[in-house]
Design a protein around this ligand. Structure first.
Ligand SMILES: CC(C)(COP(=O)(O)OP(=O)(O)OC[C@H]1O[C@@H](n2cnc3c(N)ncnc32)[C@H](O)[C@@H]1OP(=O)(O)O)[C@@H](O)C(=O)NCCC(=O)NCCS
Length: 192
């Protein structure tokens, strides 16, 4: 499995990647590795405070879907001379090396993929990283011959709905109580 490296900005319409802290980071997307699991679990809890996977579920998702589990990693940071240093009490830019992830499950008939999880840590949202991860997943599924990508999103999650629609997903229906009583989800599909 290959990795992709990005300076700033990355490819495509997600080309707004820049640091909120006046640094010029470089990123790479790469397959998740077993040694990432602890940091991934922390990341997942930060991204999904109410819906984080229990560690054993994350572990098993990794085991089953490893080839479709990508992380976005910050490689290093270097100061830009004309920008102020990070505005943090300890002088650090952020406590994260992993800034986001996308997890895809695939159907056994080889036709469709499911985006099971996609998230970016709060400090780094709004900089094109979510789009980068989504494009990574869609591009990989397209290259592997999948015909469709499906997902569900919370109806009130305006950022996610806008991101998915901008990537070509269409809202198919509202599924009541999809994740249990009161937890409705918007079901979305994009054809590849
Ligand atoms: C949804 C999420 C992944 C978006 O990641 P991000 O890196 O902030 O998004 P990007 O900067 O790549 O933005 C891409 C597009 O998403 C939409 N978007 C992002 N943030 C938005 C916001 N706050 N409000 C409305 N639209 C937003 C826009 O269409 C944006 O494109 P534009 O900037 O050209 O208008 C991120 O907000 C997140 O991790 N949320 C918590 C986890 C989650 O809800 N995941 C989705 C589960 S279904």
């Amino acid at each position: 499995m290959s990795e992709k490296r990005y300076g700033a900005p990355p490819h495509g319409s997600g080309g707004r990647v820049h640091s909120p802290f006046g640094l010029a980071p470089e990123f790479r997307t790469r397959p998740a590795m077993e040694c990432d699991l602890s940091e991934l679990a922390d990341l997942d809890h930060e991204v999904f405070p109410h819906w984080a996977y229990p560690y054993f579920v994350l572990r098993q998702l990794f085991d089953v879907h490893q080839q479709h589990f990508w992380v976005l990693e910050r490689l290093h940071e270097r100061p830009i001379p004309d920008r102020p240093p990070p505005d943090r009490p300890d002088g650090s830019a952020s406590g994260h090396n992993l800034l986001g992830y996308v997890l895809v499950g695939t159907s056994t008939d080889g036709r469709s993929g499911w985006v099971l999880g996609l998230g970016v840590v709060p400090d780094w949202r709004g900089h094109g990283l979510g789009r980068l991860l989504l494009h990574e997943a869609i591009g990989r599924l397209r290259a592997e011959g999948f015909a469709q990508v499906r997902l569900t999103a919370e109806p009130a999650n305006a950022a996610a709905l806008a991101l998915y629609e901008s990537a070509g997903f269409r809202q198919v229906e509202l599924r009541k109580d999809y994740f249990g009583p009161g937890a409705d989800r918007v079901y979305m599909i994009v054809d590849l």
